[in-house]
Design a protein around this ligand. Structure first.
Ligand SMILES: *Cc1c(COP(=O)(O)O)cnc(C)c1O
Length: 306
Protein backbone atom coordinates (compact mmCIF):
# COMPACT_ATOMS: atom_id res chain seq x y z
CA UNK A 1 0.00 0.00 0.00
CA UNK A 2 1.38 3.40 -0.91
CA UNK A 3 -0.52 5.26 1.76
CA UNK A 4 -0.98 4.16 5.33
CA UNK A 5 -4.57 3.21 6.04
CA UNK A 6 -4.37 1.08 9.16
CA UNK A 7 -5.79 3.05 12.09
CA UNK A 8 -5.55 2.54 15.87
CA UNK A 9 -8.29 0.67 17.73
CA UNK A 10 -8.48 2.21 21.19
CA UNK A 11 -10.56 1.16 24.15
CA UNK A 12 -12.05 4.32 25.61
CA UNK A 13 -11.95 4.17 29.42
CA UNK A 14 -14.24 7.15 29.73
CA UNK A 15 -16.92 6.01 27.26
CA UNK A 16 -16.71 2.38 28.44
CA UNK A 17 -17.36 3.45 32.01
CA UNK A 18 -20.17 5.82 31.00
CA UNK A 19 -21.96 3.14 28.98
CA UNK A 20 -21.21 0.14 31.19
CA UNK A 21 -19.67 -1.83 28.30
CA UNK A 22 -16.46 -1.99 26.25
CA UNK A 23 -16.31 0.95 23.84
CA UNK A 24 -13.78 0.51 21.04
CA UNK A 25 -12.81 3.58 19.03
CA UNK A 26 -11.68 3.00 15.44
CA UNK A 27 -9.64 6.14 14.93
CA UNK A 28 -10.26 7.08 11.30
CA UNK A 29 -9.36 10.60 12.40
CA UNK A 30 -5.75 9.32 12.25
CA UNK A 31 -5.86 8.90 8.48
CA UNK A 32 -3.45 11.14 6.58
CA UNK A 33 -6.31 13.37 5.43
CA UNK A 34 -8.16 13.18 8.74
CA UNK A 35 -11.18 11.07 7.84
CA UNK A 36 -12.29 7.60 6.71
CA UNK A 37 -12.60 9.02 3.17
CA UNK A 38 -8.99 8.01 2.79
CA UNK A 39 -10.22 4.41 2.64
CA UNK A 40 -13.21 4.94 0.35
CA UNK A 41 -11.75 7.53 -2.01
CA UNK A 42 -8.28 6.00 -1.69
CA UNK A 43 -9.50 2.62 -2.90
CA UNK A 44 -11.57 4.10 -5.75
CA UNK A 45 -8.69 6.24 -7.01
CA UNK A 46 -6.33 3.27 -7.00
CA UNK A 47 -8.84 1.12 -8.89
CA UNK A 48 -9.46 3.81 -11.51
CA UNK A 49 -5.74 4.31 -12.10
CA UNK A 50 -5.33 0.57 -12.64
CA UNK A 51 -8.05 0.93 -15.28
CA UNK A 52 -6.26 3.76 -17.08
CA UNK A 53 -7.49 6.98 -15.48
CA UNK A 54 -5.12 9.90 -16.03
CA UNK A 55 -7.18 12.60 -14.30
CA UNK A 56 -9.57 12.77 -11.33
CA UNK A 57 -12.61 15.05 -11.15
CA UNK A 58 -14.48 15.78 -7.92
CA UNK A 59 -17.19 18.19 -6.81
CA UNK A 60 -16.89 17.67 -3.08
CA UNK A 61 -16.06 20.68 -0.96
CA UNK A 62 -15.50 18.43 2.03
CA UNK A 63 -13.44 15.45 3.12
CA UNK A 64 -14.07 13.51 -0.10
CA UNK A 65 -12.59 16.32 -2.20
CA UNK A 66 -9.64 16.59 0.16
CA UNK A 67 -8.96 12.85 -0.18
CA UNK A 68 -9.23 12.99 -3.98
CA UNK A 69 -6.70 15.84 -3.96
CA UNK A 70 -4.40 13.83 -1.71
CA UNK A 71 -4.68 10.71 -3.88
CA UNK A 72 -3.85 12.76 -6.96
CA UNK A 73 -0.64 13.85 -5.32
CA UNK A 74 0.26 10.33 -4.14
CA UNK A 75 -0.52 8.73 -7.50
CA UNK A 76 0.85 11.65 -9.52
CA UNK A 77 -2.48 12.26 -11.26
CA UNK A 78 -3.85 15.77 -11.89
CA UNK A 79 -7.02 16.58 -9.94
CA UNK A 80 -9.73 19.16 -10.56
CA UNK A 81 -12.22 19.85 -7.78
CA UNK A 82 -15.20 22.09 -8.59
CA UNK A 83 -16.80 23.45 -5.42
CA UNK A 84 -19.71 25.84 -4.77
CA UNK A 85 -19.18 29.32 -3.33
CA UNK A 86 -20.40 28.07 0.07
CA UNK A 87 -17.25 25.94 0.52
CA UNK A 88 -15.03 26.93 3.45
CA UNK A 89 -11.68 28.57 2.71
CA UNK A 90 -10.05 25.96 4.92
CA UNK A 91 -11.30 23.09 2.74
CA UNK A 92 -10.17 24.91 -0.40
CA UNK A 93 -6.73 25.56 1.14
CA UNK A 94 -6.36 21.89 2.08
CA UNK A 95 -7.12 20.83 -1.50
CA UNK A 96 -4.77 23.43 -2.95
CA UNK A 97 -2.00 22.32 -0.59
CA UNK A 98 -2.29 18.81 -2.08
CA UNK A 99 -1.70 20.33 -5.48
CA UNK A 100 -5.25 20.08 -6.82
CA UNK A 101 -6.82 22.63 -9.16
CA UNK A 102 -9.83 24.11 -7.35
CA UNK A 103 -12.57 25.87 -9.32
CA UNK A 104 -15.17 27.78 -7.30
CA UNK A 105 -18.42 27.74 -9.28
CA UNK A 106 -22.11 28.23 -8.52
CA UNK A 107 -24.20 28.85 -5.44
CA UNK A 108 -24.97 25.21 -4.70
CA UNK A 109 -23.38 21.81 -5.03
CA UNK A 110 -25.75 20.98 -7.92
CA UNK A 111 -24.23 23.81 -10.01
CA UNK A 112 -20.66 22.87 -9.10
CA UNK A 113 -21.34 19.22 -9.82
CA UNK A 114 -22.79 20.03 -13.25
CA UNK A 115 -19.58 21.81 -14.27
CA UNK A 116 -17.47 19.00 -12.79
CA UNK A 117 -19.38 16.40 -14.85
CA UNK A 118 -18.74 18.40 -18.04
CA UNK A 119 -14.99 17.72 -17.55
CA UNK A 120 -15.43 13.95 -17.44
CA UNK A 121 -14.31 11.77 -20.35
CA UNK A 122 -12.83 8.29 -20.92
CA UNK A 123 -9.65 9.14 -19.00
CA UNK A 124 -10.81 11.92 -16.68
CA UNK A 125 -12.76 10.01 -14.06
CA UNK A 126 -15.44 11.39 -11.76
CA UNK A 127 -14.93 10.24 -8.18
CA UNK A 128 -18.29 10.06 -6.44
CA UNK A 129 -18.17 11.04 -2.75
CA UNK A 130 -20.35 8.18 -1.47
CA UNK A 131 -22.13 6.11 -4.13
CA UNK A 132 -19.88 3.45 -5.63
CA UNK A 133 -18.86 -0.15 -4.89
CA UNK A 134 -15.13 0.73 -4.87
CA UNK A 135 -15.78 3.20 -2.04
CA UNK A 136 -17.61 0.61 0.06
CA UNK A 137 -14.87 -1.99 -0.57
CA UNK A 138 -12.33 0.41 0.92
CA UNK A 139 -14.49 1.13 3.96
CA UNK A 140 -15.15 -2.58 4.60
CA UNK A 141 -11.48 -3.03 5.48
CA UNK A 142 -12.19 -1.21 8.75
CA UNK A 143 -14.00 -4.34 9.94
CA UNK A 144 -11.18 -6.62 8.73
CA UNK A 145 -8.73 -4.66 10.90
CA UNK A 146 -10.97 -4.83 13.98
CA UNK A 147 -11.37 -8.61 13.60
CA UNK A 148 -7.62 -9.00 13.07
CA UNK A 149 -7.10 -7.37 16.48
CA UNK A 150 -9.24 -10.08 18.08
CA UNK A 151 -12.36 -7.98 18.74
CA UNK A 152 -15.77 -9.24 17.58
CA UNK A 153 -18.09 -6.26 18.04
CA UNK A 154 -21.65 -6.76 19.30
CA UNK A 155 -22.83 -3.37 17.94
CA UNK A 156 -21.56 -0.57 15.74
CA UNK A 157 -22.22 3.16 16.10
CA UNK A 158 -21.52 5.41 13.10
CA UNK A 159 -22.54 8.64 11.37
CA UNK A 160 -24.49 8.76 8.11
CA UNK A 161 -24.21 11.38 5.37
CA UNK A 162 -24.60 10.02 1.83
CA UNK A 163 -24.22 6.50 3.12
CA UNK A 164 -20.83 5.11 2.01
CA UNK A 165 -19.70 4.52 5.58
CA UNK A 166 -22.74 2.47 6.58
CA UNK A 167 -22.69 0.60 3.25
CA UNK A 168 -19.03 -0.35 3.63
CA UNK A 169 -19.26 -1.27 7.31
CA UNK A 170 -22.32 -3.42 6.64
CA UNK A 171 -20.41 -5.19 3.85
CA UNK A 172 -17.48 -5.82 6.22
CA UNK A 173 -19.76 -7.15 8.96
CA UNK A 174 -21.41 -9.55 6.52
CA UNK A 175 -18.04 -10.86 5.37
CA UNK A 176 -17.24 -11.78 8.99
CA UNK A 177 -20.75 -13.16 9.67
CA UNK A 178 -21.50 -10.46 12.22
CA UNK A 179 -25.26 -9.97 12.36
CA UNK A 180 -25.29 -7.11 14.86
CA UNK A 181 -27.16 -3.82 15.34
CA UNK A 182 -25.83 -0.78 13.49
CA UNK A 183 -26.75 2.53 15.11
CA UNK A 184 -27.03 5.11 12.31
CA UNK A 185 -26.56 8.63 13.63
CA UNK A 186 -27.55 11.87 11.88
CA UNK A 187 -28.27 15.39 13.08
CA UNK A 188 -31.89 16.55 13.12
CA UNK A 189 -31.17 18.83 10.13
CA UNK A 190 -29.57 16.11 7.98
CA UNK A 191 -31.78 13.11 8.77
CA UNK A 192 -32.15 11.66 5.26
CA UNK A 193 -31.61 8.04 6.35
CA UNK A 194 -33.52 8.35 9.62
CA UNK A 195 -36.51 9.81 7.77
CA UNK A 196 -36.32 7.01 5.19
CA UNK A 197 -36.22 4.39 7.96
CA UNK A 198 -39.22 5.94 9.68
CA UNK A 199 -41.29 6.14 6.49
CA UNK A 200 -40.07 2.82 5.11
CA UNK A 201 -39.23 4.43 1.78
CA UNK A 202 -36.16 6.01 0.19
CA UNK A 203 -36.91 9.73 0.59
CA UNK A 204 -35.27 12.96 -0.57
CA UNK A 205 -35.37 15.79 1.95
CA UNK A 206 -36.48 19.23 0.74
CA UNK A 207 -33.54 20.82 2.52
CA UNK A 208 -30.70 20.04 4.89
CA UNK A 209 -29.71 22.41 7.67
CA UNK A 210 -27.24 22.92 10.50
CA UNK A 211 -23.52 22.73 11.16
CA UNK A 212 -22.90 19.07 10.27
CA UNK A 213 -22.38 19.93 6.59
CA UNK A 214 -20.47 16.70 6.03
CA UNK A 215 -23.69 14.78 6.73
CA UNK A 216 -25.81 17.07 4.54
CA UNK A 217 -26.95 14.71 1.79
CA UNK A 218 -30.61 15.23 0.90
CA UNK A 219 -30.83 11.58 -0.12
CA UNK A 220 -28.68 8.62 0.90
CA UNK A 221 -27.41 6.26 -1.78
CA UNK A 222 -29.60 3.31 -2.80
CA UNK A 223 -27.22 0.85 -1.13
CA UNK A 224 -27.45 2.62 2.25
CA UNK A 225 -31.25 2.54 2.10
CA UNK A 226 -31.13 -1.15 1.20
CA UNK A 227 -28.79 -1.84 4.14
CA UNK A 228 -31.25 -0.09 6.46
CA UNK A 229 -34.11 -2.24 5.18
CA UNK A 230 -32.33 -5.60 5.26
CA UNK A 231 -30.31 -5.32 8.47
CA UNK A 232 -30.77 -4.39 12.10
CA UNK A 233 -30.17 -0.67 11.53
CA UNK A 234 -31.39 1.60 14.33
CA UNK A 235 -31.59 5.30 13.55
CA UNK A 236 -30.98 8.10 16.04
CA UNK A 237 -30.87 11.87 15.52
CA UNK A 238 -29.06 14.42 17.68
CA UNK A 239 -29.02 18.21 17.85
CA UNK A 240 -26.18 20.42 16.59
CA UNK A 241 -25.51 21.48 20.19
CA UNK A 242 -25.10 17.85 21.24
CA UNK A 243 -22.54 17.27 18.47
CA UNK A 244 -20.48 20.28 19.59
CA UNK A 245 -20.58 19.23 23.26
CA UNK A 246 -19.33 15.78 22.24
CA UNK A 247 -16.51 17.27 20.11
CA UNK A 248 -15.35 19.30 23.11
CA UNK A 249 -15.48 16.33 25.50
CA UNK A 250 -13.69 14.09 23.01
CA UNK A 251 -10.96 16.68 22.64
CA UNK A 252 -10.38 16.56 26.39
CA UNK A 253 -10.74 12.79 26.78
CA UNK A 254 -8.88 11.60 23.68
CA UNK A 255 -6.98 14.72 22.63
CA UNK A 256 -8.40 14.50 19.12
CA UNK A 257 -10.29 17.24 17.27
CA UNK A 258 -13.19 15.95 15.12
CA UNK A 259 -15.95 17.54 13.01
CA UNK A 260 -19.56 17.83 14.23
CA UNK A 261 -20.29 15.03 11.70
CA UNK A 262 -18.24 12.77 13.95
CA UNK A 263 -19.37 14.44 17.16
CA UNK A 264 -22.88 13.26 16.27
CA UNK A 265 -21.85 9.64 16.79
CA UNK A 266 -19.78 10.42 19.88
CA UNK A 267 -22.69 12.34 21.42
CA UNK A 268 -24.94 9.29 21.69
CA UNK A 269 -22.23 7.64 23.79
CA UNK A 270 -21.50 10.69 25.91
CA UNK A 271 -25.22 11.20 26.45
CA UNK A 272 -25.85 7.47 27.10
CA UNK A 273 -28.66 7.24 24.57
CA UNK A 274 -28.29 3.51 23.97
CA UNK A 275 -28.65 0.82 26.64
CA UNK A 276 -25.64 -1.49 26.41
CA UNK A 277 -24.67 -4.32 28.75
CA UNK A 278 -21.37 -5.28 30.39
CA UNK A 279 -20.58 -7.96 27.83
CA UNK A 280 -21.07 -5.64 24.86
CA UNK A 281 -18.11 -4.71 22.65
CA UNK A 282 -19.28 -1.56 20.92
CA UNK A 283 -17.38 -0.47 17.84
CA UNK A 284 -17.49 3.30 17.36
CA UNK A 285 -16.31 4.64 14.01
CA UNK A 286 -14.48 7.88 14.78
CA UNK A 287 -14.96 9.14 11.22
CA UNK A 288 -12.91 12.29 11.91
CA UNK A 289 -13.05 15.24 9.53
CA UNK A 290 -10.52 17.82 8.32
CA UNK A 291 -12.85 20.79 7.97
CA UNK A 292 -12.61 21.77 11.62
CA UNK A 293 -10.25 23.95 13.63
CA UNK A 294 -10.24 24.72 17.33
CA UNK A 295 -11.24 28.27 16.44
CA UNK A 296 -14.28 27.06 14.46
CA UNK A 297 -15.33 24.70 17.25
CA UNK A 298 -15.10 27.59 19.71
CA UNK A 299 -17.33 29.70 17.43
CA UNK A 300 -19.95 26.93 17.31
CA UNK A 301 -19.81 26.81 21.10
CA UNK A 302 -20.71 30.50 21.30
CA UNK A 303 -23.28 30.42 18.46
CA UNK A 304 -25.14 27.45 19.91
CA UNK A 305 -24.65 28.47 23.57
CA UNK A 306 -23.11 25.11 24.37
C1 LIG B 1 -18.06 11.57 4.60
C2 LIG B 1 -18.11 11.70 6.06
C3 LIG B 1 -19.23 11.27 6.81
C4 LIG B 1 -20.46 10.68 6.17
O1 LIG B 1 -20.14 9.53 5.44
P1 LIG B 1 -21.13 8.99 4.29
O2 LIG B 1 -20.40 7.88 3.70
O3 LIG B 1 -21.35 10.12 3.35
O4 LIG B 1 -22.38 8.58 4.96
C5 LIG B 1 -19.19 11.41 8.18
N1 LIG B 1 -18.14 11.95 8.80
C6 LIG B 1 -17.04 12.36 8.13
C7 LIG B 1 -15.93 12.96 8.89
C8 LIG B 1 -16.99 12.25 6.74
O5 LIG B 1 -15.91 12.67 6.08
Amino acid sequence: MIFDMKTPLIKSSKLSELNNCNVWLKMESSQSTGSFKQRSIGNACQKYVEQGAIKFISSSGGNAGISVAYMGKVLNIPVTVVVPKTTSQRAIDLMLSEGAEVIVHGDSWVDANELALSFVNDHAVYIHPFDHQYLWDGVAEIVDEVIAEGIRPTAVVLSVGGGSLISGISQGLQKHHLDIPIYAIETVGTASLNTSIQLGEHVTLDQVTGIATTLAAKKVCEQAFRVSQNNDVRGLTVSDGETVRACLKFLDDHRTLVEPACGATLSVLYDQKIAFTETDDVLVIVCGGASITFDQLSKYTVELSV
